[in-house]
Design a protein around this ligand. Structure first.
Ligand code: NAD
Length: 488
């Protein structure tokens, strides 16, 4: 059956695809402003039922202990996504505004393929460890460490890489034996809702194990953070919302796992290929219109080469005009909404007000009368105290900042409330590695290395988050530890 045949998605609650009690809300193509169709609009009552279903499935079925069933369910979901890959690709391009070329990587095929890591990990994981016999306090005791599922996981996700983020929560949470309620962003409800259709039609995942609740109301997601039946909230989104989730979770002291914003630095040392490094920084900042949390949006270059660096970055960015995401050559598509476009424009205006200048770009392209587009923009003439250097813009905007040597470059990179990612370019790998070791961030690219993969943990220091997604660390976030002592 084709996905979303009637252009209306449903909620998945307790194994059934159902309408939302709040009616429906529209999902919009950000490149054309066309309404693609509608999604079920959940109310607090719907969320209450979804949480109840997840709780029952955890407490009353063998899901949490049946590794074979979990592995089978994850592999079936992966196969169903592969079988529907072309439909999912078109949906991702039209709903997310994701450039087609990114759907063969992190926007679709990458996360589908990464589900193998979750299934393989569940299969090979050592769920119990025998620590042997000891005599603490004179009592001869056999000690065992058991790792087991936390319980009900509430997953709250943003719109920028919806498949990647939905699956990076769903995959490990299910592999570890939890049940889940997924609440996606209102801007991309279909990317999550299709998972519901595929789970119901193509997998043996039991009723209640996965629940998917789309809603136009952010407050419906907040119920997950507050509800005592939810054991853990796994959240990806902005730092401000992350604070609200953490505060809401405090009342029931649930585990709160946070993947938040970033303002990452791309450091170019004085012995690096300046032109090559600055072009790469410009390319990275333009990809998917800069809507990536780990994108390096501060280009930190040697002061003596500042003008040359600005010119190199602007030369590359000026060639990356925002374009139609259906076109295989497009790198910079639209931003998600008019709200985001206007927010980005506000940051661009602030750069000029603070004395900066645009080396290229600076606003919406004149040749597009539909869609939410912003030209890739290089901002020059500001230092690390400027608003555009401190706050996350989430648009195709690169701010070029001068440094006075390696120590100063490290100081600037770390002078940020965020600590998600970073890049170091140098002609000398050991020197670059030494700088990488001094950055207070969760992932570092050294001379072009790629840190994104299923077995690599991803996450932030400081206000970029708490915990790690993906890799073994990302799987173990969804586990409790139990120490069992048996008199020997
Ligand atoms: P957002 O914080 O506005 O929303 C994220 C999700 O939280 C949405 O599903 C939203 O409905 C929900 N939400 C909003 N208010 C809530 C509340 N009070 N309680 C519970 N849920 C609530 O973020 P966004 O605009 O959708 O996404 C962009 C942000 O996400 C950026 O800051 C970006 O850096 C961040 N992000 C981080 C990562 C990462 O892994 N670190 C990855 C992607 C995006």
């Amino acid at each position: 059956m084709p996905l979303l045949g009637d252009r209306e998605s449903r909620l998945l609650i307790d194994g059934k695809l159902v309408a939302g009690s709040g009616g429906t809300f529209a999902t919009v193509n950000p490149a054309t402003e066309e309404v693609l169709g509608v999604a079920a609009d959940a109310t607090p009552d719907d969320m209450d039922q979804a949480i109840g279903a997840a709780r029952r499935a955890f407490d009353e079925t063998d899901w949490s202990t049946n590794v074979e069933l979990r592995v089978r369910g994850i592999r079936q979901l992966q196969q169903a996504m592969r079988d529907h890959a072309e439909e999912l690709r078109e949906l991702t391009i039209s709903e997310v505004g994701a450039p087609r070329m990114l759907t063969s990587a992190a926007q679709l095929e990458g996360p589908i393929s990464d589900l193998s890591f979750c299934a393989d990990t569940a299969e090979s994981y050592q769920w119990r460890t025998d620590l042997g016999i000891a005599s603490p306090m004179g009592m001869k005791t056999r000690r065992t460490i058991a790792r087991e599922a936390i319980g009900v996981v509430g997953a709250i996700t943003p719109w920028n890489f919806p498949h990647q983020i939905n699956l990076a929560k769903l995959g490990p949470a299910l592999a570890a034996g939890n049940t889940i309620v997924l609440k996606p962003a209102p801007d991309t409800p279909w990317a999550a809702a299709v998972l519901g259709e595929l789970i119901v039609e193509h997998t043996d995942i039991p009723a209640g194990v996965v629940n998917i609740v789309t809603s136009s109301d952010h407050g419906v997601g907040a119920l997950l953070s507050r509800d005592p039946r939810v054991d853990m909230v796994s959240f990806t989104g902005s730092t401000n919302t992350g604070r609200a989730v953490m505060a809401d979770g405090a009342a029931t002291l649930k585990k709160v796992f946070l993947e938040l914003g970033g303002k990452s630095a791309f450091l170019v040392l004085d012995d690096a290929d300046l032109g090559g490094a600055c072009s790469m920084a410009a390319f990275t900042a333009s990809m998917h219109a800069g809507q990536g949390c780990a994108i390096t949006t501060r280009l930190v270059v040697p002061r003596a080469k500042y003008d040359e660096a600005v010119e190199a970055a602007a030369g590359t960015m000026a060639g990356l005009k925002p374009g139609d995401p259906t076109n295989p050559g497009t790198i910079c598509g639209p931003v998600i909404s008019a709200l985001q476009r206007d927010r980005i424009q506000g940051y661009l205006d602030s750069a000029i007000a603070e004395g900066g200048r645009f080396a290229c770009g600076g606003g919406s392209p004149a040749d597009r009368d539909k869609g939410f587009f912003i030209e890739p923009t290089v901002i020059a003439g500001l230092d690390n105290d400027a608003k555009v250097a401190r706050e996350e813009i989430f648009g195709p905007v690169l701010t070029v900042i001068a440094h006075d040597g390696d120590d100063d470059a490290v100081r600037i990179a770390n002078d940020s409330p965020y600590g998600l990612s970073g890049t170091v370019f140098s002609g000398d790998d050991a020197r670059a590695q030494g700088i990488a070791d001094r950055l207070r961030v969760g992932t570092v690219n050294v001379n072009g290395g790629v840190w994104y993969s299923a077995d690599m943990p991803f996450g932030g220091y400081k206000q970029s988050g708490i915990g790690r997604e993906m890799g073994l660390a990302g799987f173990e976030e969804y586990l409790e530890t139990k120490a069992i002592a048996t008199l020997a």
